[in-house]
Design a protein around this ligand. Structure first.
Ligand code: ZN
Length: 588
């Protein structure tokens, strides 16, 4: 696929597969390779492996494997040319003039690019307003009051949308057509459809970036008592609320490093937590988490501490988010902050009033979600049978979502104890929930590579990798047809053809032409621990195959002799037997 000298080949040479895959899968270094949970099938223990040396990946569970392009194609469901571009972009490799696209595609891309540019300009506008105007000064004073100094305002790109109603419109109007201005969501059109005005007025603005750091929307908080208190950008061609987590672009590194995320509700909370030195914080920017937001997060970590507002909406959102996170096999803890004085505390308020240290301590001790839920259930009326039933019904769905069987049954017992449930019916309900769970897609790793003998595996590895003598080795194997009749015959045949073709060989491309079983065999062999091959070793492996071939022939001859053939034939067979026995004896 990646033709010699092509752009694709250049990208492949420069790209780092670990970095690219690492954006989708959390990878841990294991020896020379990296491993993680396979993004292509459900699993609990990592069988997905990436080799930085060979620049390939392979899943020992489901058998997916290939190079960096195959990975991106599978992951993004894109075609080869797009995958090449994606990889180039991710690795900062300059892309030559884009391929001709359909007029619609081109128009969409241009529109998207214009919208991103418009948001960048709007951001410049808003930040100028907050730093350079009288109104902006008032906004700064307000932020100062909430503990956000100029440094924080700069760091998070906080800006201000003035009250006069069309300041941004006038700023953008010369450069963008009306239609695009309205499509951006930054400018609204009046009911009659003629008048246009700024969507955000007299509001503090927070830029919302996608995970690659491009501003695609704004969140805006009313400065006074204007309603609604928070107003966000609408859905646009570049912004979908459910695909973006606030602060994700800045949290990536910390998420990877700490391997957990603090999930909060709003941008003020995220900013407060990030300023407290906990950079691995993201905000769902809305009361409930969307599945695509969870998918995005799972690219970096599968452990979350949910720290939503303690009000009713926040509690409902916590429960719903916990439920969704569990479905995606996240490890979930819940931090419910104690009130500050008589005020219910969100992270922002709590850190301001109680300090970073206190918050960090509570975060560290945040209990598993089941404890949080039991505490919630205990607040229900447990004096009546009906009340207890309600509490159990509240907890049941969560118990069912616990992935681990033993854990699940432990929690069932614990819930029964904590809620003082002695009614056999309720115990039975919990017990049943403890044993049931949505059926999981389980693929048992069946290592097909193991069916090949060590000598074959070694030779295959050499054909795939030993640049220096690959061709010579292929010629020897070919000349004596040493691989015929082996378990690995088809793999050998493909590699020998590629080796003799005198072109730089890509094992992944050879693999692409093999049948499933052989393809998996090749990948498994490529991922085996192995030392640097030498020609001496290659020769001894070839001799071993010759020996085996002679043994097989000898067995055949022996069988023919025992079948008692005519004398003329017998003489030939006996001679052949002698010859084979001499050869086998000489090899010892
Ligand atoms: Zn897999």
């Amino acid at each position: 696929m990646a033709e010699a000298g092509s752009f694709a080949e250049r990208v492949k040479q420069q790209a780092d597969i670990v970095r690219v895959v690492g954006e989708y899968v959390r990878l841990k270094k294991t020896g020379k390779d990296f491993s993680g949970l396979c993004p292509f099938h459900q699993e609990k223990t990592p069988s997905f492996t990436v080799s930085p040396l060979k620049q390939i990946f392979y899943c020992f569970g489901c058998g997916k494997g290939g190079d960096v392009f195959n990975f991106v194609m599978d992951m993004e469901k894109s075609a080869f040319p797009e995958a090449v571009r994606t990889v180039a972009e991710k690795c900062g490799i300059a892309i030559p003039r884009p391929r001709e696209r359909s007029p619609e595609e081109r128009q969409e891309n241009q529109q998207r690019a214009a919208l991103v540019e418009m948001h960048r300009e709007a951001q410049t506008f808003f930040t100028k307003q907050i730093s350079g105007t009288l109104e902006g000064k008032a906004a700064r004073a307000y932020l100062e009051d909430r503990g956000l100094d100029n440094k924080a305002i700069d760091r998070f790109g906080i800006g201000y949308a003035p009250s006069d109603g069309d300041a941004l419109l006038r700023f953008l109007k010369q450069r963008y057509p009306d239609k695009l201005l309205v499509e951006s969501g930054l400018i609204s059109r009046g009911e009659q459809g003629n008048r246009m005005f700024d969507r955000f007025r007299r509001r503090i603005t927070f830029p919302i970036a996608n995970d690659s750091g491009k501003i695609v929307a704004f969140g805006a908080r009313a400065l006074g008592d204007d309603q609604p208190k928070y107003l966000n950008s609408p859905e646009t061609p570049i912004y979908s609320k459910s695909n973006v987590l606030y602060h994700m672009d800045r949290a990536k590194e910390a998420l990877r490093r700490s391997d957990f995320a603090v999930l909060v509700e709003g941008y003020m909370d995220a900013i407060a937590v990030a300023r407290a030195g906990i950079s691995n914080v993201v905000a769902s920017c809305g009361t409930s988490l969307a599945e695509s937001q969870i998918k995005l997060l799972s690219r970096f970590t599968k452990r979350v501490i949910v720290n939503y507002d303690p009000d009713n909406a926040g509690q409902a959102a916590t429960e719903r988010s916990v439920s969704l996170l569990l479905e995606q096999d996240f490890e979930v803890r819940v931090l419910a902050l104690p009130p500050v004085g008589d005020k219910k505390a969100d992270p922002d308020l709590f850190i301001r009033e109680k300090g970073v240290e206190e918050y960090t301590k509570l975060l560290k001790d945040a209990p598993p979600y089941v404890d949080y839920l039991i505490a919630r259930a205990r607040k229900m009326d447990l004096t009546t049978g009906e009340g207890k039933r309600r509490a159990v019904n509240f907890l049941l769905p969560y118990v069912q979502k616990i992935p681990n069987t033993i854990l699940r049954s432990e929690w069932a017992t614990r819930i029964a104890q904590q809620l003082h449930l002695d009614e056999p019916v309720l115990r039975a309900a919990l017990g049943k929930a403890a044993t049931q769970r949505r059926s999981e897609l389980k693929i048992q790793p069946e290592l097909v590579g193991r069916s090949a003998k060590p000598v074959e595996r070694r030779l295959i590895r050499m054909l795939a990798e030993a640049g220096g003598f690959r061709r010579e080795l292929a010629q020897r194997l070919q000349a004596a047809q040493l691989y015929h009749g082996l378990e690995t015959e088809k793999v050998f045949a493909a590699l020998i053809v590629a080796s003799l073709a005198d072109e730089p060989m890509q094992a992944t491309e050879v693999a692409a032409h093999l049948e499933e079983r052989d393809r998996r065999m090749l990948f498994e062999i490529l991922f085996e621990e192995a030392s640097e091959p030498t020609w001496e070793e290659a020769v001894s492996c070839v001799e071993a195959l010759q020996h085996r071939q002679a043994e097989r022939e000898l067995a055949d001859v022996q069988r023919s002799i025992e079948a008692n053939p005519p004398v003329t034939e017998m003489r030939g067979l006996l001679e052949k037997k002698q010859d084979l026995m001499r050869r086998l004896a000489a090899a010892r």
